[in-house]
Design a protein around this ligand. Structure first.
Ligand SMILES: [Zn+2]
Length: 363
């Protein structure tokens, strides 16, 4: 269990700093130190994020469930797990999943702690948009999952907001992070994990989720997952289906996997729920992305989780007169992971992504 403890965390350096403000009865903090919070309780805060142009702040809702059960002298203490949702503002199923995990915790009967960050990208969430709209340049959109670990002195407010969360909330408290997403508006996704399975701790966590598909990949620069893994903190990106609405079936499975992680880490007692083994999770190491070559209306010939083979037609596109202007085929043998749900399709936009295994090149 000791290997699960964040090597960057320095207990005692992280203190909870109360600004003295309360919002809707909830205390505002500018720093979180889980170590100085009372055990056996769920604490509710607004974390003071970056300022807006008018001088007020964006506040991020945070829950901290701090367990009262101490480890025996012979055991390593249970870790602090971070559940992060709402880095993209149209991906609401992750927020619901994290709320449902937190509702099942009884701090008096648990060990370790769980920190829930319920809506990172506040302006994006307020308008159900993927990206953070800054006032700079007449309105510039920032993808909050390309700016991590953030920078408190960065060149836009969104990057500074990420830096505040990284430095003052996450890095000195949290040993493991689950980052909840969905696909963006206009598309649909399976229940999917992005994970760097080369990392043994990441692999152990990934296998605890009864997801439909896992992509084993080295990560993407600027994502929270990759920034954390580089900092020595195991992290996964969980995709809970489609955007803008709660996907109840996928949320239930995401919650089951998340509770499995808390049990695996010694935070909760009890038998594991379903895992990847029971779910028959399909693992690949690449996504073929098919992009529209023309403008037109899209007809899907396959849907999520369908198996496809090389050369198989997967979608058609018609112009305004009804003529077929493009036919799209898979070039791989794999399983459909992402599909466009908007029928209108511009050239260059994503039609489909297919999870497959690149395998070992023949020699
Ligand atoms: Zn996302």
């Amino acid at each position: 269990m000791t290997t699960l403890i964040n090597p960057r965390a320095i207990p005692g350096l992280a203190k909870t700093v109360y600004t003295g403000d309360t919002l809707q009865g909830v205390p505002v903090i500018s720093h979180l130190g889980v170590g100085d919070l009372a055990a056996g309780q769920v604490h509710r805060f607004f974390f003071q994020g970056v300022q807006m142009g008018t001088g007020q702040h964006w506040y991020v809702p945070v829950l901290v469930a701090k367990g009262a059960v101490k480890a025996a002298a012979s055991e390593a203490s249970a870790p602090c797990v971070g559940l992060v949702a709402g880095i993209h503002g149209d991906e609401v199923s992750g927020i619901d999943a994290v709320q449902r995990v937190m509702a099942q915790l009884a701090p008096q009967a648990m060990a370790g702690s769980v920190v829930a960050v319920l809506g990172v990208s506040r302006p994006a969430l307020e308008y159900t948009r993927s990206h953070w709209l800054t006032a700079q340049g007449g309105g510039s959109l920032v993808d909050m999952n390309r700016v991590w670990p953030g920078d408190e002195t960065g060149a836009n407010a969104a990057t500074r907001h990420a830096g505040l969360l990284w430095n003052r909330l996450l890095i000195n408290n949290i040993d493991i992070v689950l980052d909840y997403h969905t696909v963006t508006t206009g598309s649909d996704f399976t229940l999917f994990l992005f994970a760097d399975l080369r990392q043994i701790l990441v692999r152990q966590l990934a296998e605890l989720f009864p997801v439909e598909q896992i992509q084993n990949d080295p990560g993407l620069e600027g994502t929270l997952e990759t920034a954390l893994v580089k900092a020595g903190i195991p992290a996964l990106t969980l995709e809970v289906g489609g955007p803008r609405r709660f996907d109840a079936g996928k949320i239930a499975l995401a919650v089951e996997g998340s509770l499995n992680v808390l049990k695996h880490c010694g935070i909760l007692d009890g038998p594991l729920g379903r895992t990847a083994a029971e779910a028959g999770t399909v693992v690949g190491d690449a996504l073929e992305t098919i992009r529209a070559t023309a403008g037109g209306f899209l007809e899907l010939l396959v849907d999520l989780r369908d198996r496809v083979t090389p050369g198989q037609p997967v979608a058609l596109q018609r112009n305004a007169f009804g003529d077929v202007v493009a036919e799209y085929r898979s070039s791989v043998s794999g399983e459909v992971a992402v599909v466009a749900r908007d029928a209108l399709c511009e050239p260059g936009s994503r039609v489909m992504q297919i999870l497959y295994s690149q395998g070992v090149a023949p020699n």
